[in-house]
Design a protein. Structure first.
Lengths: 303, 317
């Protein structure tokens, strides 16, 4: 043991640990307790009421609506984002013609990568305000303008309950795709060229190469993408709050758990009830993580 | 979509060696290649337009008048109304919000990197009782949804405002409070990433420095930190962007009376969007949006490589 090690270790750990315990661990632990109280408002004293908040929550149609929307995003967001990103990344990396058996990306692939990634840099709140304008329900909207010119009725992308949730999904996909194109591109470029050459010699077409070589060897990266997008699907707060009508409307058509937690805590000051929803969100996230690990367990391909 | 065979370059020598492929198979393959390459390129162009057009449309609207904005969506402004930007800066306070964001993010990212790298370093390279426990405590923070903590966090920050001396600096509606919360919530990922990085550094140089009589602190700041530069840069970019784009934490911690002059850009934009409806000053909203997007566009243009590397670094670990 080296001289003076412990004072040094403690001096380096004390500030980060105190910050972390006070602002992160403490609140997480408290949330489980507050969930079992009837705490309302900032000044009222909390009473312990056991699982009453949870039974109330299970009878609350808004809660189930929010859960349903989170689950919809959990299924659709990763599926659509990964499909689009995989296609685009494949085209960027191996979509070009093969010269001397070496696969090259299509022309301008660097430019596309730079453009696709840009939305990732923008704040979700800014994207929300931006798309509110793009999707305006009259002919002055960037999307409804051309529809109007074609003689179609304007679509209430955000005001029509049947479209609103799909609109939220579309904007989430719009932002996410570029990140995964870059991620998958990195994964694809680490696949050895000779595998492609061998497949070329065996007469495999582009589609065959994609499904037989690229996809299986990209499995680890795909798994990471699935987890990231799944976590994003459980959040979606900033976009729902900024983009949608009445913060989760119309009439709750786009609300998600995070939005309901925020509304109950800081709109109605129902701290206990909001925390109970937080606990529900926590267990949903946990279940998703456990399920992903179980389903995706398989042998790694070494190359 | 063209299935034009003139497009095909002369068959390369290596491809000629592929004698196993029959002539018919080869022709079929060529057609398939052309068709797919064409389809692929169309898809790439379409997606690039999908990304660019909404942003360009917003930039364009920033120069329009109110009636122009509510007229035909895809027309050019008749004159460039630069006064929109002046109103966005002064009346809508976009300048204040931008400056607030810069102050908060500069300090919180600096704090995150300082404390995060310090903790990651001792956790990665020193053996002591409780090392693993503390490491897993930090990493566990990655698994929890922030929304679970939102209500208690609000109360913690509110209560810390009543502390003697430091209270007024770190309570609700203070930049200090927001900065400390940003640091705390950025620590799990920063430590997770940097601990792995410090572990991968060679022992020989550290040992040589110790033999030369360097103290532990000196060893860290003068030797190990510079050696970990590439990892530090990646994770700094990750934290700057994450904290700059943060929305729910400022929304909860900077609310109520007297908070508006401390709002960060994401809150500010949202507020301008709401008040644009009341005051029907839509051109100022588009100008504000443009002013919020432009700095990111410029930064991205300059550091595009590092930003892509920084953001995807976590996923590739």
């Amino acid at each position: 043991m080296r001289h003076g090690k412990y004072p040094f270790v403690i001096s380096f750990l004390v500030v980060p640990l105190v910050l972390y315990v006070v602002y992160v661990l403490g609140p997480y632990a408290q949330a489980f307790y507050i969930a079992m109280t009837d705490w309302r408002g900032v000044s009222a004293t909390p009473n312990f009421i056991g699982f009453e908040n949870f039974t109330k929550m299970f009878d609350d149609p808004t809660f189930w609506k929010a859960v349903q929307h989170n689950l919809f995003l959990l299924l659709a967001l990763p599926l659509i984002t990964i499909a689009i990103a995989l296609f685009l990344a494949f085209m960027l990396n191996v979509g070009g013609r093969s010269r001397s058996g070496v696969r090259s990306g299509v022309w301008g692939s660097k430019f596309y990568r730079v453009v696709f990634f840009f939305p990732q840099v923008l704040a979700v709140a800014i994207i929300g305000v931006l798309f509110q304008q793009i999707l305006r329900p009259d002919s002055s909207g960037a999307l409804n303008g051309p529809l109007h010119a074609m003689g179609l009725d304007p679509v209430g992308f955000l005001t029509d309950p049947t479209f609103a949730m799909w609109t939220v999904l579309a904007v989430l996909v719009w932002q996410a795709v570029g990140f995964y194109v870059v991620l998958f591109s990195a994964g694809m470029s680490s696949i050895p060229q000779d595998l492609y050459e061998a497949a070329d010699l065996d007469g495999a077409g582009r589609i065959g190469i994609f499904f037989r070589i690229t996809l299986p060897l990209l499995f680890d990266t795909l798994q990471v993408a699935w987890v990231y997008l799944g976590i994003a699907a459980f959040d979606a707060f900033a976009l729902v709050q900024v983009l949608t009508v009445d913060q989760g409307g119309p009439d709750g058509a786009t609300t998600v758990l995070a939005q309901e937690i925020y509304r109950n805590a800081f709109g109605y000051y129902k701290f206990g009830y909001a925390s109970a929803m937080g606990v529900a969100l926590f267990f949903l996230t946990l279940a998703f993580a456990a399920l992903t690990i179980r389903v995706s367990r398989r042998d790694r391909i070494e190359y | 979509m063209s299935v034009d065979t003139h497009d095909v370059p002369a068959p390369a020598p290596a491809a000629k060696d592929a004698r196993t492929i029959g002539a018919a198979g080869k022709a079929r393959q060529k057609r398939e290649v052309n068709f797919l390459a064409g389809l692929g390129h169309v898809a790439l162009v379409v997606w690039a337009l999908l990304v660019l057009l909404p942003i360009l449309w917003t930039f364009l609207a920033a120069f329009k008048t109110g009636p122009e904005i509510f007229g035909d969506a895809w027309t050019l402004p008749k004159a460039l109304h630069l006064d929109n930007f002046a109103r966005a800066w002064t009346k809508a306070h976009i300048g204040t919000y931008l400056i607030n964001s810069v102050i908060v993010v500069a300090l919180s990212t600096f704090g995150t990197m300082l404390f995060g790298s310090m903790a990651a370093y001792v956790l990665a390279r020193y053996k002591f009782v409780g090392n693993r426990l503390i490491y897993y405590l930090f990493v566990a923070g990655l698994a929890f949804p922030v929304f679970l903590a939102l209500t208690p966090l609000f109360l913690v920050v509110r209560n810390s405002g009543t502390l003697p001396v430091i209270g007024p600096w770190i309570g609700l509606n203070t930049r200090g409070g927001l900065i400390l919360v940003y640091i705390a919530y950025s620590l799990p990922f920063t430590i997770f990433f940097l601990a792995a990085f410090f572990k991968s550094l060679p022992d020989s140089i550290a040992e040589a420095a110790i033999v030369d009589g360097a103290s532990h602190t000196r060893l860290f700041f003068r030797v190990m930190l510079p050696m970990a530069r590439s990892g530090i840069i990646s994770i700094t970019i990750f934290n700057i962007l994450g904290q700059w784009n943060q929305y729910q934490l400022p929304l909860v911690l900077l609310q109520g009376e007297g908070a508006q002059d401390k709002w960060v850009i994401t809150q500010g934009i949202r507020n301008i969007s709401i008040s644009a409806g009341y005051e029907s000053d839509w051109p100022a909203l588009f100008a504000a949006l443009t002013l919020a997007i432009l700095p990111m566009l410029v930064m991205y243009g300059i550091f595009q490589r590092q930003i892509q590397a920084g953001l995807t670094a976590g996923a590739l670990k």
